[in-house]
Design a protein around this ligand. Structure first.
Ligand code: NAD
Ligand code: TYD
Length: 388
């Protein structure tokens, strides 16, 4: 029997590669694939930071391009000049709370931007005789939030679960997923979509639950828990997500979608309490933390969980997410490595070792970006509790 040679990605365009998961993916991929190049295309919004790529720069195999995925001409030139055969598309507006306050950017980047990228890929890989070699892959990184909210005993999301997005963020991601599907079915673009649960780990901007809790605990600021804190999320350490995307690139079938998750459902208050308890142990065993973080409750002998504050709920707050990863396990051999406990330990270790990263992204890019984009409107300070 003659087997068809498998697609092997060589030169990758990573959109949103200065963001949380994108930067982790760049480090992960370059560390494991000694040949080929990565071009990062990133607009450097408040969530994108060049410093997240610094451990790799300068690296002959990595080029950073400051630009917008909506710039079709720029994307077309990059695909041609850099002989790109693979797009890994992370770029997006990603924070649900911000999508509730200001949905426009979510439609502009997540829907229109994704469509511009698809058009440029179609032009380069299917229509331009100089670049249309037939060997290409468009990997679209999406979220489990497109499936909506589960009841306590509902089965976990499968790839066949109907879409029912509830926030402007998840609605914009759902629209992008549909466009990716349409470009495969209509034009024959070789696409794969992955829908993943909540990620955590290094380089995550401290506006999402885990890094926000961690940074607030260290600074002695309140930890805002929305509603009754009983909303359930499935948590995945970011490196395990990168592993899943790598498997899709190497073995995923064109036109398919794969769900990734960590099989670690927890209520929000459980996650926050786990962070508090783990940090309390770190403070007990490392006396220099008291010197470095004098405002942390542990430095005054109080338990970290004294900072928990239940605040008004997020509107339309999805109650439960859970992901069935059976398809990825069977077809790709996917299996997450970290437990929530080991992943949290690694995350805390990284944030304690990289205080300059998070203090500079919070003081610098975020505030500059807010001043430019939200002058006069109700900006969200990531370190303050949300007020709906
Ligand atoms: P992030 O917010 O940390 O980073 C997004 C990056 O995209 C930033 O670097 C930003 O500068 C860049 N960007 C935004 N708009 C752009 C534009 N128009 N052109 C070019 N670059 C632009 O996001 P993340 O948490 O790393 O998420 C990455 C992807 O993974 C997103 O598509 C998200 O929907 C998906 N996802 C995230 C999670 C999670 O828990 N974080 C879970 C599942 C799926
Ligand atoms: P988040 O990290 O924003 O991710 P997502 O909304 O994409 O799931 O939030 C995770 C959960 O934590 C979600 O149920 C909302 C809740 N949450 C809080 O209770 N307090 C907070 O300050 C934040 C940011 C989130």
């Amino acid at each position: 029997m003659i087997s068809t040679p498998r697609f092997r990605p060589r030169n990758l365009l990573v959109t949103g590669g200065a963001g949380f998961i994108g930067a982790n993916f760049v480090h992960f991929w370059l560390g494991r694939h000694p040949t080929g190049r990565i071009v990062v295309l990133d607009a450097l919004t408040y969530a994108g930071n060049r410093s997240s790529l610094e451990p790799r720069e300068p690296d002959q195999r990595l080029r950073f391009v400051h630009g917008d995925i909506g710039d079709e001409r720029l994307v077309g030139e990059l695909l041609y000049d850099e002989m790109i055969d693979t797009i890994v598309h992370f770029a997006a507006e990603t924070h649900v709370d911000r999508s509730i306050h200001d949905p426009d950017d979510f439609l502009r980047t997540n829907v229109i931007g994704t469509h511009a990228l698809l058009k440029a890929a179609r032009m380069a890989w299917l229509e331009d005789p100089r670049t249309a070699t037939g060997e290409h892959r468009f990997h679209h990184v999406s979220t489990d939030e497109v499936y909506g909210s589960l009841g306590p005993s509902d089965p976990a999301f499968r790839e066949t679960t109907p879409y029912a997005p509830n926030s402007p963020y998840s609605a914009s991601k759902a629209a992008a997923d549909h466009l990716v599907r349409a470009y495969h079915r209509t034009y024959g673009l070789s696409t794969v979509t992955s829908n993943c649960s909540n990620n955590y780990g290094p380089y995550q901007f401290p506006e999402k639950l885990i890094p926000l809790t961690l940074v607030n605990l260290l600074h002695g600021k309140p930890i805002p828990v929305y509603g009754d804190g009983q909303n359930v999320r499935d948590w995945l350490y970011v490196e395990d997500h990168c592993r899943g995307i790598e498997l899709c690139l190497l073995d995923g079938a064109p036109g398919e979608t794969y769900n990734f998750g960590g099989n670690k459902e927890r209520t929000n208050v459980e996650v926050v309490r786990l962070l508090c308890a783990t940090l309390d142990r770190w403070f007990a065993s490392k006396p220099d933390l008291t010197r470095r973080f004098p405002d942390a409750p542990r430095s005054a002998g109080r338990p970290s969980d004294c900072l928990i504050e239940f605040v008004r709920d997020r509107p339309g707050h999805d109650r439960r997410y859970a992901v069935d990863v059976g398809k990825a396990e069977r077809e790709l051999g996917y299996r997450p490595v970290e437990t929530l406990e080991t992943g949290i330990e690694r995350t805390i270790a990284w944030y304690l070792d990289n205080e300059p990263w998070w203090s500079s992204v919070m003081d610098g890019s975020y505030r500059r970006w807010m001043a430019t984009n939200y002058a006069g409107s109700q900006g969200l300070d990531p370190t303050e509790p949300r007020r709906y």
